[in-house]
Design a protein around this ligand. Structure first.
Ligand SMILES: Cc1cc2nc3c(=O)[nH]c(=O)nc-3n(C[C@H](O)[C@H](O)[C@H](O)COP(=O)(O)OP(=O)(O)OC[C@H]3O[C@@H](n4cnc5c(N)ncnc54)[C@H](O)[C@@H]3O)c2cc1C
Ligand SMILES: NC(=O)c1ccc[n+]([C@@H]2O[C@H](COP(=O)([O-])OP(=O)(O)OC[C@H]3O[C@@H](n4cnc5c(N)ncnc54)[C@H](OP(=O)(O)O)[C@@H]3O)[C@@H](O)[C@H]2O)c1
Length: 410
C-alpha cells in the first residue's frame, strides 16, 4: 500500500486534455525500481457509481458476498473487487435468460434512434409522412426485449456498440431484469490493476515513484464517467491519506545502454514522455558522456508542454543535447514526431551509424507504427538501402540482434 503525495494537472489553461503528474510515496514498503520499469496500480470504483448500482439493482449494501478476495460487504466488493464501470459481454449474453416478455423500458430512445437512421437514409420520412409511433414500434427489429437482446448478442459489432457506452446501471435501466448480488459478482470482471511507465529515477527521488497519466473522461447517457484507474487517482484518492495498492512491474528489455557513453534517441509524444523523464534523470545522475536527443509532441505548445522547466534546465546544463518538438494542432496541417524524425533523417542516421540506441514510448495503435515506418524510410533515404534491406536493418539488426531499438508502447 502506498500514499499519493501529489497529483497535479500538467496541462495549461484551455487544454482539451487532462494529463497529471502523480507521485507515490513508497514509505517503508521496501519496493525498489529501475528506469524503464512500470508501476501497477489497483484502482477502485467511485462510491457514487457503487451506490447508484446498488440502488438501481435493489440490493442491500451490507449483504455479505464472496469475491476473489474473500467474504465482504457488498459495497466494499463493488468498490474494490469487480469492474463495474463498463458492462461486459458475459452479462449482456446472460440477459436473454433473465428477461420477461414485457420487460424493456424502450420507446422514446428507440423511436428517436429509428427516426435518425431513417432520416439519415434520406427516405420518405423526411418528406413529412410521419407514421404514428404506435405503427412504427412493431416494425423496429428487437422492439421486444428478447428480440433486442438477440439483435445485440447475435452480431459482434452490435455487441461492441452496445457495451461501448454503457455500464450495468444503463443496462438495468434499459431492461427490466433482476440479478442477485451473488449472480452479479459471478458475471462481472475481476478488477484488474493498470500499468504505468515510471517517470522518475529512484536515484533522483529515493522512496518515491512518479507517473505521467492521461485521465480518461467521457460522458454517455447523461452521466459523466471515465477510466477506472485514472479517475480513481484523479478524483477519489485523498492526498497523503488513502491507501493505494501498487506493485512494481520490472522490464527486462526497455533499459538504458549499459555503457553510459552511448548516445540515445527517445521518441515519446503525449504520456510517452514518462519513461524518458526517468531516463534523463538517470543519465544526469550517472554522469556519462553519451548524448541524449528527445522527440516530444502533443496537441499544443501552450497547453501540453509537459515538464517544460525541467527540459529547459537539462538543455541549459548540456544534459539534453537535442530537443525536437511536434505540436500537432498549432498549425493547419498535423505535425507528428515521425515528421520531425524524417526532417532530421540525415542526423538520425548518423547517430544510428555511431551505435545510438532508439527508444519509443506511447500509443501503440498508430504512433508507434508510423514511427517504425519513418525509421525504415530514413534507412532507405540516408543509408541508401532497398526497402527489404532497410526493413531488415531496422527490424532484425537494430531491434532483434543489437537490441538497440526498444519499445514501451500501449
Ligand atoms: C506497459 C504500459 C504502460 C503504460 N503507461 C502509461 C502511462 O505512462 N501513462 C498513461 O496515461 N497510461 C499508460 N498506460 C495505459 C494505462 O495502463 C491504462 O490503460 C489507462 O490509464 C486507462 O486506464 P483506466 O483504468 O483509467 O481506463 P479503463 O477503465 O481501462 O478504460 C479505458 C478504456 O475506456 C474506453 N474509452 C475511452 N474513451 C471512451 C469513450 N469516449 N466512450 C466509451 N469508452 C471509452 C476505451 O475502450 C479504453 O480502452 C500504460 C499501459 C501499459 C500496458
Ligand atoms: N492503446 C491505448 O489504449 C492508448 C494508447 C495511448 C493513449 N491512449 C489514450 O489516449 C489518451 C491520450 O493519450 P496521450 O496523452 O498519451 O496522447 P496521444 O493521444 O497519444 O497524443 C499525443 C500526440 O500524438 C499525436 N498523434 C496522434 N496520432 C498520431 C500518429 N499516428 N503518429 C504520431 N503522433 C500522433 C497527437 O496528435 P492529435 O491528437 O492532434 O492527432 C498528439 O499530438 C488517453 O486517454 C490515453 O489513455 C490509449
Amino acid at each position: 500500500m502506498s500514499k499519493i503525495t501529489e497529483c497535479y494537472i500538467l496541462n495549461g489553461e484551455g487544454s482539451k486534455k487532462e494529463t497529471r503528474h502523480i507521485v507515490f510515496d513508497l514509505g517503508d514498503s521496501g519496493l525498489d525500481y529501475k528506469v524503464g520499469d512500470a508501476l501497477g496500480v489497483f484502482g477502485e470504483n467511485p462510491e457514487s457509481t457503487v451506490d447508484l448500482l446498488i440502488e438501481t439493482a435493489g440490493w442491500d449494501k451490507d449483504q455479505l458476498v464472496t469475491t476473489q478476495n474473500g467474504k465482504k460487504r457488498l459495497r466494499d466488493a463493488l468498490k474494490k473487487d469487480v469492474e463495474i464501470h463498463r458492462v461486459n459481454k458475459k452479462y449482456v449474453n446472460s440477459l436473454s435468460q433473465k428477461i420477461s416478455t414485457d420487460g424493456m423500458r424502450i420507446t422514446v430512445k428507440l423511436i428517436e434512434r429509428y427516426r435518425e437512421s431513417v432520416a439519415g437514409n434520406g427516405s420518405a420520412w423526411m418528406g413529412g409522412d410521419t407514421p404514428l409511433e404506435a405503427e412504427l414500434l412493431p416494425s423496429i427489429p428487437g422492439d421486444d426485449p428478447t428480440g433486442r437482446v438477440e439483435s445485440i448478442t447475435a452480431d459482434g459489432k452490435a455487441m461492441e456498440d452496445y457495451i461501448w457506452s454503457r455500464d450495468y446501471i444503463d443496462v438495468l435501466r434499459d431492461f427490466d431484469v433482476s440479478y442477485t448480488a451473488e449472480e452479479f459478482i459471478e458475471l462481472a470482471d475481476r478488477l484488474k490493476p493498470r500499468l504505468y511507465s515510471i517517470a522518475s529515477s529512484h536515484d533522483a527521488h529515493p522512496g518515491f515513484v512518479e507517473l505521467t497519466v492521461a485521465i480518461v473522461r467521457y460522458s454517455h447517457h447523461g452521466r459523466d464517467r471515465g477510466g477506472l484507474c485514472t479517475v480513481y487517482m484523479a478524483d477519489e484518492v485523498e492526498i497523503n491519506k488513502s491507501d493505494v495498492g501498487v506493485f512494481m512491474s520490472p522490464t527486462k528489455s526497455f533499459v538504458l545502454p549499459a555503457d553510459t557513453s552511448t548516445d540515445i534517441i527517445m521518441v515519446g509524444p503525449g504520456t510517452g514522455i514518462a519513461p524518458f523523464r526517468a531516463f534523463m534523470e538517470q543519465r544526469v545522475h550517472d554522469g556519462g558522456t553519451g548524448k541524449n536527443w528527445l522527440f516530444f509532441g502533443d496537441q499544443s505548445e501552450k497547453t501540453e508542454f509537459y515538464y517544460k522547466d525541467t527540459i529547459e534546465d537539462w538543455m541549459d546544463e548540456g544534459n539534453l543535447y537535442r530537443f525536437t518538438t511536434a505540436w500537432s494542432r498549432d498549425q493547419e496541417e498535423k505535425i507528428y514526431v515521425q515528421h520531425r524524425l524524417k526532417e532530421h533523417g540525415a542526423e538520425v542516421w548518423e547517430w544510428f551509424e555511431r551505435g545510438a540506441y532508439f527508444y519509443i514510448c506511447g500509443d501503440k495503435t498508430y504512433m508507434a507504427k508510423d514511427v517504425h515506418r519513418a525509421l525504415i524510410e530514413i534507412a532507405m533515404e540516408h543509408g541508401g538501402m532497398s526497402l527489404d534491406d532497410a526493413t531488415f536493418f531496422i527490424e532484425k539488426t537494430m531491434m532483434r540482434e543489437e537490441k538497440r531499438y526498444l519499445r514501451d508502447v500501449y
